[in-house]
Design a binder for this molecule. Structure first.
Ligand SMILES: *[C@@H]1O[C@H](CO)[C@@H](O)[C@H](O)[C@H]1NC(C)=O
Ligand SMILES: *[C@@H]1O[C@H](CO)[C@@H](O)[C@H](O)[C@H]1NC(C)=O
Ligand SMILES: *[C@@H]1O[C@H](CO)[C@@H](O)[C@H](O)[C@H]1NC(C)=O
Ligand SMILES: *[C@@H]1O[C@H](CO)[C@@H](O)[C@H](O)[C@H]1NC(C)=O
Ligand SMILES: *[C@@H]1O[C@H](CO)[C@@H](O)[C@H](O)[C@H]1NC(C)=O
Ligand SMILES: *[C@@H]1O[C@H](CO)[C@@H](O)[C@H](O)[C@H]1NC(C)=O
Ligand SMILES: *[C@@H]1O[C@H](CO)[C@@H](O)[C@H](O)[C@H]1NC(C)=O
Ligand SMILES: *[C@@H]1O[C@H](CO)[C@@H](O)[C@H](O)[C@H]1NC(C)=O
Ligand SMILES: *[C@@H]1O[C@H](CO)[C@@H](O)[C@H](O)[C@H]1NC(C)=O
Ligand SMILES: CC(=O)N[C@H]1CO[C@H](CO)[C@@H](O)[C@@H]1O
Length: 432
């Protein structure tokens, strides 16, 4: 295949000019045993990872807001903060809000989830109309998704990404990012403190009339005083978020100039005995047709990550290569344990065209072996009672994983059927 010949040429070029040893060819990353068993629809042939606790943070049906995805986590000592998106019916639909909860005990118990960034609606709009209504009326839908939780000067801030949908007439349909909105969270109960404020805006912010929503009329469209500090964190390789206005408004293609990529993972640092260290991360293939159903791979020697996205925002010229890691075309999460040696990939490693997002698994790559050799099931067998949406975008399964280590446990969060938000606490010793 042309793409693998090119990636081998690229790797060979790296080897010959820097004489490093431990760069694993991307198509050798997935070496788990036993291999994926496609006949085992729930477990894919793998064992369940023991979990210390499963906590339902947000029950969409119970709350009457049946859409929820994009959880994000931050741990500060034993406190864990979460933000996630919450919409009344549909994915990324008019009035989607940032919600969140917090735990004081390493993820075992949580406050009820509550609204952090209110719906961005014009005075004549409500968030209850369905997706087709807004499309038929040719009205922009302003939606806010979960992006990050940050600590700045001992303050905790929840950050949402605007993801605004258009769907009418000659312009077709798509998403435009209008910037990031943040709000400080109480370290006592996770509730919002003070007004929401912006980390960045662009021309869409005003075209979509955010200035005539509560963000203008009540909160004055103001930038956060600490916007520079937060923006600086959000370009650090270990913190670059999965989404951005640029990723929504433009395209980022892989090295084959064809595969459309989004939802970049955080980076992990790889030390080498016989060469310089480097950052490594993965991307999700979001190509609407001819999707590779594979995870995509990227690396850089630049310690500050200035020579790749988001330091560079270019559609072409990105050195991102296809791996052999199977993928259900869903968001994944890459992290490293506090030992700095054990890399974990939380994903739906099953290339099913039915878009059933289970099992949700954790695969491990340990020490100098960069391949993923062991894998276990974090969660599977999602409820088949799914509250209806009007976009047909809901999928059975567990998706949008994130994780953070707290002491000797890995606190993970994910969405069930894009409507419930769960946390699973896993003892590090129980990882596969
Ligand atoms: C694959 O899964 C199916 C269904 O669970 C099972 O019957 C079969 O024995 C498994 N195959 C292997 C090789 O384990
Ligand atoms: C969510 O709440 C609904 C309504 O009370 C209930 O039927 C459902 O079982 C709950 N879901 C979970 C996962 O507990
Ligand atoms: C609300 O007002 C805007 C202009 O401010 C208009 O474009 C829109 O059609 C109106 N109706 C709804 C339901 O948004
Ligand atoms: C917004 O700005 C981008 C470039 O920054 C440009 O491509 C786009 O056309 C602009 N949109 C409008 C409606 O002016
Ligand atoms: C909001 O911004 C738009 C675009 O710049 C402008 O046309 C409109 O007058 C503004 N609304 C208010 C209330 O300032
Ligand atoms: C992709 O496009 C770049 C120019 O932007 C070119 O240098 C490169 O050879 C192309 N790669 C493939 C696989 O076509
Ligand atoms: C599908 O993708 C492959 C690369 O992964 C490319 O070679 C092929 O031309 C693509 N097919 C179509 C129909 O675009
Ligand atoms: C899957 O869940 C259903 C109920 O939701 C239960 O009846 C069934 O036993 C579960 N299957 C497995 C293999 O756990
Ligand atoms: C969406 O809402 C409209 C009323 O505004 C209704 O006629 C239509 O059936 C709804 N569509 C779906 C798929 O629920
Ligand atoms: C490329 C790839 O991983 N293909 C697999 C996709 O899933 C089918 C089963 O549904 C496997 O047979 C393929 O090998």
């Amino acid at each position: 295949m042309i793409s693998s010949i090119l990636s081998l040429a690229f790797l060979f070029a790296l080897l010959s000019c820097t004489s490093v040893a431990s760069i694993l060819p991307p198509d050798e990353y997935w070496q788990v045993t036993p291999p994926l068993n496609y006949s085992d629809v729930l477990y894919a042939g793998w064992d369940q990872i023991p979990v210390e606790k499963e906590v339902l943070i947000y029950n969409g049906t119970l709350i009457g807001r049946t859409y929820a995805h994009h959880p994000q986590l931050l741990a500060v000592g034993p406190s864990v903060y979460m933000v996630h998106s919450s919409a009344v019916i549909d994915e990324d639909s008019m009035g989607m809000e940032l919600w969140g909860a917090m735990s004081h005990d390493g993820g075992y118990t949580w406050t009820p989830s509550h609204s952090i960034l209110p719906a961005a609606l014009l005075p004549n709009q409500t968030n209850v109309a369905n997706f087709s209504y807004w499309c038929n009326e040719a009205i922009w839908q302003r939606a806010i998704g979960g992006l990050a939780v940050l600590e700045v000067d001992s303050e905790i801030w929840g950050v949402g990404e605007t993801t605004d949908f258009f769907c009418w007439g000659d312009i077709g349909s798509g998403t435009r990012g209008a910037g990031r909105i943040a709000r400080q969270l109480s370290t006592v109960d996770g509730m919002p403190i003070g007004d929401p404020c912006w980390l960045n805006q662009n021309n869409w912010t005003y075209i979509e009339l955010y200035n005539e929503t509560v963000y203008g009329t009540e909160y004055g469209m103001k930038f956060c005083e600490k916007a520079d500090e937060m923006n600086a964190q959000l370009v650090e390789p270990t913190k670059v978020p999965a989404w951005s206005a640029w990723l929504y408004n433009d395209q980022l293609y892989a090295a084959n100039n064809w595969s459309s990529l989004q939802e970049v993972t955080h980076s992990v640092w790889i030390e080498q005995d016989d060469g310089p260290g480097y950052w490594q991360r993965f991307w999700r293939d979001i190509s609407p047709t001819n999707n590779s159903m594979r995870v995509w791979w990227e690396m850089t020697y630049d310690k500050e990550g200035k020579d790749w996205y988001p330091g560079i925002e270019e559609a072409y010229g990105n050195k991102v290569y296809e791996t052999n890691i199977p993928d259900a075309k869903t968001k994944q999460f890459l992290g490293v344990l506090d030992d700095k040696q054990s890399r974990y990939l939380i994903s739906n490693p099953r290339n099913n065209t039915e878009l059933i997002r289970q099992p949700l698994t954790i695969a491990m790559s340990r020490g100098s072996d960069l391949s993923y050799k062991t894998v276990g099931v974090l969660r599977t067998n999602a409820s088949d009672k799914i509250a209806p949406d009007t976009r047909d975008y809901k999928n059975q399964g567990f998706s949008y994983p994130v994780a953070v280590q707290v002491g000797h446990t890995l606190v993970t969060a994910y969405s069930e059927n894009k409507e419930n938000i769960w946390v699973s606490v896993v003892n590090i010793d129980d990882l596969p």
